[in-house]
Design a binder for this molecule. Structure first.
Ligand SMILES: Nc1ncnc2c1ncn2[C@@H]1O[C@H](COP(=O)(O)OP(=O)(O)O)[C@@H](O)[C@H]1O
Ligand SMILES: [Mg+2]
Length: 328
């Protein structure tokens, strides 16, 4: 790799390419702040105001996110997606959308939950291109390639071993992958960090890198999984049995299930079956546990709580689906 191709150098090139005129960066007070995603995205502040979000492409990897966003810009989702400001081999720059990332808000208001449900229904109604698509990698967590395993941090290897030792979880992950159908256009990474909450129930949905054909329950399940994360973090990891652990998170579980029910209700007149949605919610929890284990030698306490929640949801999916159905 040439010396100039560091992440910082790529970011500087991207911001320079996004400047509307030569000299813009020296004429204005431009500050870069971490945007808070999983990668290297930054908020570009110009004269004290957030103006763009710049996401450098990973070396040699064009994500296609910009082209995809431009395709959505003229259609029914134009108010929900960020505007593309610059898109090139160096990365993507979108107009800063304002709002608060939904994962940082303790409780989502009904208006925002309903907006999420309506947005997903509209997205899943768009024409979907034929073509291959694969289930998310988390459905293969228990079947890692030796190469992947050798590159994983110790805490992730520990999680893989824990899942492999649990036949019930392996069977559910295999089942999710086997039932994968590219029926609708999905966002593909509907974690709450990718949803910005604005005034008057307005939402903006960012991070379309994983968009493509998939089952509708994937997106609904990712939202449901993230709503369940708050319950997961209220669990008592030292509880001596699963029923006691479930009791320890009772009120938080009720809040999460009510939120999931509100999203499903707003999704449309043909209310989706909560069973596959909760299967994917369990997969999302497992993914969140794996993410919490990244770069760790030992699983941190929150990873242990989320793993416990994932195990409960994946092995008792029908009971969780019943709970959601009961609050509707
Ligand atoms: N157009 C935007 N306006 C405001 N905030 C944004 C915008 N795009 C992204 N963000 C914020 O930056 C974070 C990271 O961007 P994202 O596209 O999700 O990248 P990553 O792939 O790193 O997760 C998001 O979680 C969101 O909080
Ligand atoms: Mg993101």
């Amino acid at each position: 790799m040439p010396r100039t191709d560091t992440p910082e150098a790529r970011l500087r090139r991207l911001v320079a390419a996004a400047a509307p005129a030569p000299g813009f960066l020296s004429d204005h007070d431009v500050v870069l702040r971490p945007a808070g995603g999983r990668n290297a995205a930054v908020v570009v502040e110009v004269d004290g105001e957030p103006r763009w979000v710049a996401k450098p492409s990973r070396a040699g990897e064009a994500s296609g996110e910009g082209a995809f966003l431009r395709g959505l810009a003229g259609g029914s989702l134009r108010d929900v997606v960020p505007r593309v400001h610059h898109d090139g081999g160096d990365g993507l720059v979108t107009a800063h959308a304002g709002g608060v990332p939904a994962d940082t808000v303790p409780g989502l208001a009904s208006g925002h939950l309903a907006a999420l449900g309506r947005f997903l229904a509209a997205l899943h109604d768009l024409p979907v291109a034929d073509g291959g698509s694969r289930p998310p990698w988390i459905t293969r967590l228990h079947r890692p390639s030796p190469r992947r395993l050798s590159r994983s941090p110790a805490a992730v290897v520990g999680l893989v071993r824990e899942v492999q030792a649990h036949d019930g979880i392996c069977a559910v992950l295999d089942d999710l992958a086997a039932r994968w159908r590219p029926d609708v256009l999905t966002h593909g990474d509907m974690r709450l960090a990718n949803v910005l909450l604005g005034d008057a129930a307005r939402i903006t949905v960012v991070d379309w890198e994983a968009a493509g054909p998939g089952p509708p329950a994937l997106d609904l399940g990712w939202v449901a999984g993230d709503l369940l994360l708050r319950w997961a973090l209220a669990l008592d990891p030292g509880a001596p049995s699963e029923p006691l652990a479930l009791r320890s998170g009772g009120p938080a579980l009720h809040r999460a299930c009510s939120g999931i029910a509100e999203v499903l209700d707003a999704y449309g007149p043909s209310r989706p079956d909560p069973l596959p949605v909760m299967g994917w919610a369990g997969a999302r929890l497992l993914q969140a546990a794996a993410e919490a284990c990244q770069a760790q030698l030992f699983a941190p306490p929150e990873a242990r709580m989320i793993t416990m929640a994932a195990r409960l949801v994946l092995t008792r999916t029908d009971a969780f689906a019943d709970r959601v159905a009961a609050v509707r």
